[in-house]
Design a protein around this ligand. Sequence first.
Ligand code: MOS
Length: 720
Amino acid sequence: MSAGKFPDRARIDALEKVQGLTRYPGDMPASRMLHAMIVPSRIAKGRLTGLDTAAALRVAGVVRVLTPEDFPSPPPVSEAGPPPPPPSLEQRIAFRGQPVALVVAESLEAAIEGAELVRPSFEVEPFAVEIDSKDSERDAAENVIFGDAQAAFARAAITIEAKYTSPTQHHNPIELLVTAAIWEDGRLTLYESTQSSAATKVATARALGLDPAMVDVKSAYIGGGFGQKGGSSQRQTVLVARAAMLLGRPVKIVVPRGQIFHQATYRPRSRHHIRLGADAGGKMIAAAYDAEQEQSRLGSFPAADYHEAPARMYGIENYHGTAADIRLDRQPPGWMRAPHPQAACFAFESAVDELAYELGHDPVALRLANDRRVDPLTGHPFSSRFLNECLEEGARRFGWSQRNARPGSMTASDGSLIGWGVACGAYPSRMVPAVATLRIGADGSTLYKASGHEMGQGIRTAIATVLLEALSIDPDRLEIVIGDTSAAPQHMTAGSWGTAGAVPAATKAAARMREAMTELLAGRRIQGNLHRQLAAVRRPSLQIEVTELGPGQGPEALASLRRGGFAVAGPEYPTFTTMSYIAHFVEVQVETRIRRVRVPRVVSIADCGRVISPRTAASQVRGGVVWAISAALREATEIDPRYGGYLNNDLADYVVAVNADIGSIDVGFIDQPDPLANSTGLKGLGEVAMAGASPAVANAIFHATGKRIRELPIRIEHLL
Ligand code: MOS
């Protein structure tokens, strides 16, 4: 493993982005492009019995209305097989907003007008859309159990028990869901804003009966993904691909936000019943944690993962966890930034704060005293763990020692109540295979083609940082091609494993290139960068290819990646477990009369192993904290019990934090390489950045007001 700190480099795409030159999938030019609009179901459950398309087809510019008859019947789904194809148009209606037809037109305006004029008819069935609806179905719980919690509670000096709720939330990346499909000479090319171009390629081919070798998916830049653009199930993909095939012209769709609310995944509402037991010295000895979440009838977003962080965060040797799905007539929920820890850490880290008050211990000291080095789920050591260092550094920067622990005891000069809160987050650090080709030209060019997607997190900058540190090449002519199935096998870039795949591969590619150059020069000493050296020996270019696998991964992982599969390793590796950690310190100010909550400052210190790109890493953490503040104080999706669907399905009514809501966010890193997780010593950062910051806000509000709010978002009415 290499050591040393990386320099603070600007984003390599910064200038291009601020100049508006970056080409997103929706910007791809194509001649004779058609525009498509989805007709959504207006019922929540039942059957499509008819589609009157006559009026739509009379709109000038409308060229076709696709209906369920235009799609081949889907292939059978098998557990072991390739990813299931995205659903197309179906007669069976499983949720409100499900696509029932696709209008294709010469202009966007005509497509919209046509879509409004399609008249579907339905056979309606009773439905359940709310977690407490009487027709919901509760699955048997899954368990995460170790030690003997019952016996440990019996000997605990102090026990606390509470129930917490996290609401339904939608991702809302600013870039909408976008697909442009081009069908030419029996080849399908999709420009799509996706975190998972290979899975999209394979699944779309399967859904439409095509050879995957004849399909390519290109997703060079994504305007925010956050998990909504992961997986292989964007609802519009197969629809526009089929339209392009039937019409022989490029077809583009930009799904309106209101439809995205109803067709894409979301963070499910979840409830968390927690008991914590501690001995008189403040050692946490028992936890019982029952989690439940809303789920679609057939959805598989795993409830058991609510335990992935809480079960590992502190030295609790006796843990009794359950997790259950409550089945509803909704579209499937899915991964949304810090997927499970956002809700689980809100609950668990609020409970730890409650325990600290019950014990009369400082909440930082309580956490420091509950450190652990072994993963209780596997019995293996953590490969690295600097959570206590995060807490200590955060407390120092924040000035935590100045805190008066008594709720309501601290006030600002304008009389507002001040609250200081702390909470932590943890997230599994995973690894994914990556393949890369590096070509350096005597003409000054460098071309790097690899696995990975750029959704703004900075993966290109991380790759560039590594290449430019290791190789003497022209930075202005470095081209990085990622997210493109024609350039390299692509992994789904999610779950904080993107950089852990991309950077070790880039490191290896740079090393291999240096070796190849040394061999080529055969002892000759030539001045200048690699381009000049190539020119001096009259070699137009030099190319190498590398593959990087995760610990314990073999050729089958690579084969799976090449098939568009899910080849992720960790956080449980053969002999160790790897987690990323963060500690957040939050100050809130609560106005005494109207109880408005402000968050003037946050200090967040992360342990993500070795930091590759200091600037984009800090930016990742700031973004996660902003979202956690938004989740703590603003965001909730309102479900409509009368008709199914969502009431606040736009950014006017789904309230997110804006610049004026955000104060100072001071970000720091421990920056100690993990010795085992990968050759670079880095751990994932994007998800853990958000984990634990919402409970830090809630804990600060308790400190300010003495009110323990166990439901997000925390609103003025909770504090009156
Ligand atoms: Mo992430 S929520 O797995 O894109």
